[in-house]
Design a protein around this ligand. Structure first.
Ligand code: URA
Length: 446
């Protein structure tokens, strides 16, 4: 069949055969499939969905669109974690070096921002010199000598996801089970893993709005990932409120560094999620006997500086100069701030009433960051990495009337880009007159 015939078949809700799916995916690399075909096919899949057989074929065709990594010498210790996307979700950035500091190997293929959710790769690119696309030799060196690398798809590694991801981001075709499962698992299947943790977000700022929808996605992810031979654990976690205190690109690297330096000064939801998911990976590969031991092993890598050292080594392995890597791990916040620059135009979110913070609307805040230049509206948009939001308070904290609770680092033309950004900022805070329990992030573990 021709490519338009394949699109028509999907449009008319007829199952595509494995060969037809392979033909479409191969067409992304050989020029048979163009952007207009991709947009139409993605929307047809979005509307019609895919059968189990189609999802499996799509995942395997995407995996096989390029080369695969191979780690026979590290059998038993190759792990990874991937999230469906959230606001302030920087978990992977401190987690990969923490796992490497525990002696594991983490060849983490991450993504860019999708919709309002930030992307690990975009965030890391706010570090001058950081390269997301590495040669085979660089990846092997990094995993052998440092233990972790956070890399992107490339013309050689899953070019199909690289292509589809960019178009999904700007064609309203992200929140679809078939497309999410094939995108995530085609990347993970290339990595030759022994164990995988998946973090499926639910809530107003997630692609899955309800726990029920997240559970269906988790079941699909678990089924396909097990079929591909990966030992997998799925977490369903809350995504109505931002994770941690920072949202944006450079600002999330600042917060990740604070955690790697163990400078957060209070037990945050971010630290707990990282210790939980990292601890789970240690348990899955039998490196510890209980999840409590796993959590403590991860936490210790932050306390004793070994995760920070691994992060430093990973940066150098990914193209960052020795000077910048050294300055970033220093305790001098002025130097760190001069490398991970934030806009110097600031606006404050102020509470209109006294009480306890009941919720902080991650969807609104994520939209502000995206619309002010921190995310994309067109595939080739260049990001403004200096845009971001820093929370001064979190859910459960007490607050006074007229007390600031957030700082927005905005571009000079913010009102032109998103006229209601200040109204949305102020409308994001919900204050209750009675005490509020802190967030419970983990809803379910499979
Ligand atoms: N992360 C991915 O890599 N793909 C998706 O579709 C969603 C989150």
């Amino acid at each position: 069949l021709s490519i338009p015939d394949l699109i028509a078949k999907k449009r008319d809700d007829i199952e595509l055969s494995p060969d037809e799916i392979k033909q479409f995916i191969q067409g992304l690399s050989n020029g048979d499939v163009q952007d207009c075909h991709v947009g139409a096919m993605l929307m047809a899949i979005y509307i019609r969905g895919m059968t189990e057989k189609e999802i499996c074929s799509m995942t395997m065709s995407m995996r096989d669109s390029g080369e695969r990594l191979n780690w026979p010498q590290f059998r038993g210790s190759v792990v990874d974690k991937h999230s469906t996307g959230g606001i302030g979700d920087k978990i992977s950035i401190p987690l990969a070096p923490a796992l490497a500091a525990c002696g594991l190997k983490v060849p983490m293929m991450s993504g860019r921002g999708l919709g309002i959710t930030g992307g690990t790769l975009d965030k890391l690119e706010s570090i001058p010199g950081y390269q997301v696309q590495l040669t085979d030799e660089q990846i092997t060196d990094l995993i052998t000598n440092v233990g972790c690398g956070i890399i992107s798809q490339s013309p050689k590694l899953n070019p199909a996801d690289r292509y589809l991801y960019k178009i999904r981001d700007v064609t309203a075709t992200v929140p679809n089970n078939a497309l999410i499962v094939s995108s995530i698992l085609s990347k993970k299947a290339i990595e030759d893993l022994d164990a995988l943790v998946l973090d499926i977000k639910y809530g107003s700022a997630a692609f899955m709005k309800t726990t029920e929808a997240a559970e269906v996605l988790a079941e699909w992810l678990f089924k396909v990932s097990t079929m591909l031979g990966m030992k997998t654990c799925c977490y369903i976690t809350e995504m109505n409120n931002p994770i941690g205190y920072c949202m944006g690109n450079a600002i999330e690297i600042q917060e990740s560094l604070d955690l790697l330096k163990y400078k957060l000064g209070r037990s945050s939801d971010l630290e707990e999620l990282i210790c939980e998911q990292g601890g789970r990976l240690l348990l899955l590969i039998n490196k510890v006997e209980t999840i409590e031991q796993g959590r403590e092993m991860i936490r210790n890598t932050f306390k004793n500086g070994s995760a920070l050292q691994k992060f430093h080594d990973m940066l150098i392995g990914q193209g960052v100069s020795v000077d910048i890597a050294k300055q970033l791990i220093s305790n001098d916040e002025t130097i760190v701030g001069s490398i991970l620059k934030l806009s110097d135009i600031c606006h404050q979110g102020i509470s209109l009433q006294a009480g306890y913070i009941e919720s902080i609307d991650a969807f609104k805040l994520g939209t502000i960051v995206q619309r002010l230049g921190g995310g994309r509206l067109k595939p080739m948009d260049t990001l403004d990495l200096s845009v971001g939001i820093r929370l001064l308070k979190h859910v459960g904290d007490s607050i006074e009337q007229n007390e600031p609770w957030a700082i927005l680092y905005a571009p000079a033309d913010a009102s032109k880009r998103y006229p209601k950004f200040l109204d949305d900022l102020n409308a994001s805070l919900l204050v209750s007159s009675s005490p509020v329990k802190p967030l419970q992030r983990v809803y379910k573990i499979y």
